[in-house]
Unconditional design. Structure first.
Length: 178
């Protein structure tokens, strides 16, 4: 009989980041989880670092005024998730970061793709998602190339897929399409 073993190396600490300063608020649907502003982020993640949890998953809470139909805030190099990633890599260089590559956090309609005439525009959505990957991975040692765009385009289907970008030291990205 096989046993399942779980260690701290298997854990990912979810971190919900919000705009503002001096903010910590409970996530009512997730007991024990909190949304923290950037100025409180390092102290919040310090616990994960002390427990030697190897990775945190960043979930930005995009304010309504930054959302639009095309999710343009997602490609802003100074958006909330980029600021959080830079701060955490500066404070905890060995900590892995996980970011969701999706548009739903940045669109007014809540879809993971760009909508045109009420339908997801696949080619346009793929191009935006590739820009998000490049924007998020900007701190890697070499400049981004087109591999992410090509990979997404080749594998973009109506079925949900998951992309894990694993050639970026200390940063993993996932993309979900549905």
């Amino acid at each position: 009989m096989a046993e399942t073993r779980l260690s701290v190396d298997d854990l990912i600490w979810p971190v919900f980041v919000r705009s503002g300063a001096g903010k910590i608020e409970e996530v009512s649907s997730m007991p024990g989880a909190e949304r923290v502003s950037l100025d409180r982020l390092a102290a919040h993640v310090e616990t994960a670092a002390q427990l030697r949890i190897p990775m945190v998953a960043l979930f930005p809470v995009t304010s309504a005024e930054l959302k639009d139909a095309d999710g343009t805030e997602a490609t802003n190099p100074d958006n909330l998730i980029c600021q959080a990633a830079r701060l955490l890599k500066r404070e905890f260089p060995e900590l892995g970061l996980l970011g969701d590559v999706a548009l739903d956090l940045y669109t007014t309609h809540g879809h993971d793709g760009v909508l045109r005439d009420g339908r997801v525009a696949n080619d346009e959505s793929v191009a935006v998602l590739a820009r998000i990957i490049h924007r998020t991975a900007r701190n890697r040692p070499r400049p981004p190339n087109t591999w992410a765009r090509d990979f997404i385009a080749k594998n973009f289907t109506k079925q949900p897929i998951r992309i894990v970008v694993n050639d970026i030291k200390g940063l993993a990205l996932t993309a979900h399409f549905s």
